[in-house]
Design a protein around this ligand. Structure first.
Ligand code: HPA
Length: 271
């Protein structure tokens, strides 16, 4: 695995003139427009990078983008890998590990999620303050990659407190509501039953989605600070649940996208 990670990193460095990104960004379903704000210097298709799985979801375009955001060097994953696509947890986490080897110091993650907290509305943003992993695995299972991090990494503070506080200030200055809450990751790809939504709410989750946690676990294993935000694309409380199709999720994400982009851009500007 280390060998493949190093090969992948060397390939990327050879194609990007040694561009050294300080910040990594993973964009969720329907949230790819942040890329329009990046002054793009290099763009690589996942398919061309050794070791990179290829994204299969139509709404993801599958590119690694290098450029400047708020004047800072970033690498952006436009499209991520999900467990439900059939990838292993190691494959899902692979790009985050490559980011670390490329020199990334902080990770920013976005996702589309269902709202379990009755105070939420569709298209709200929720800063993730903690998570519950209900995926049937995680990228740290197997032989530990000692070069990357310890066998038993601490998870008592997963999401960077300083960046969470900064985000609240940015939202207040920009006059929009920013919620905080717990994200629970499930395998998917089907959305949940009403009984499952009730269960997820009872165990303490505010939002549910099918991504993020594997990448975050891999990042924290490497001691990389993480900021993550969910866009609430559909409400899953008993009174407000309705049939959801992907286009509804994309529409709701599009409404929230400018606020999410602004939040990440400003956090990077202040870093
Ligand atoms: N459940 C799981 N994942 C999701 C949802 C949901 O309701 N909405 C967007 N992603």
């Amino acid at each position: 695995m280390m060998q493949l990670l190093k090969e992948s990193t060397a390939y990327i460095q050879s194609k990007t003139g040694g561009f050294a990104p300080g910040f990594g960004i993973i964009l969720g379903t329907g949230l790819g427009a942040l890329v329009k704000e990046v002054d793009i210097q290099y763009s690589l298709s996942y398919a061309d990078i050794p070791g990179f799985p290829v994204s299969t979801v139509e709404s993801h375009s599958g590119k690694l983008i290098f450029g400047l955001l708020a004047g800072k060097p970033v690498v952006v994953m436009q499209g991520r890998f999900h467990y439900y696509e059939g990838y292993t947890m190691e494959q899902v986490a692979f790009p985050v590990r490559v980011m670390k080897l490329l020199g990334v110091k902080k990770l920013f993650v976005s996702n589309a999620a269902g709202g379990l907290n009755p105070r939420f509305e569709t298209s709200d943003l929720m800063v993730i303050t903690n998570h519950i992993n209900l995926l049937p695995g995680n990228p740290l299972i197997g032989k530990n990659l000692d070069e990357l991090g310890p066998r038993f990494p601490d998870m008592s503070e997963v999401y960077d407190e300083h960046m969470i506080r900064e985000a609240m200030v940015i939202a207040e200055d920009a006059d929009f509501d920013l919620s905080e809450g717990v994200y629970v990751s499930v395998p998917g790809p089907m959305l949940e039953t009403k009984a499952e939504y009730r269960y997820l709410s009872i165990i303490g989750a505010d939002a549910v989605g099918m991504s993020t946690v594997p990448e975050v676990i891999a990042a924290r294993h490497m001691d990389m600070p993480v900021f993550a935000v969910s866009v609430i694309t559909d409400m899953c409380t008993p009174e407000r649940i309705k049939k959801v199709v992907l286009s509804d999720i994309l529409d709701a994400a599009a409404i929230a996208e400018p606020r999410m982009t602004m939040l990440i851009r400003e956090l990077i500007r202040r870093s």
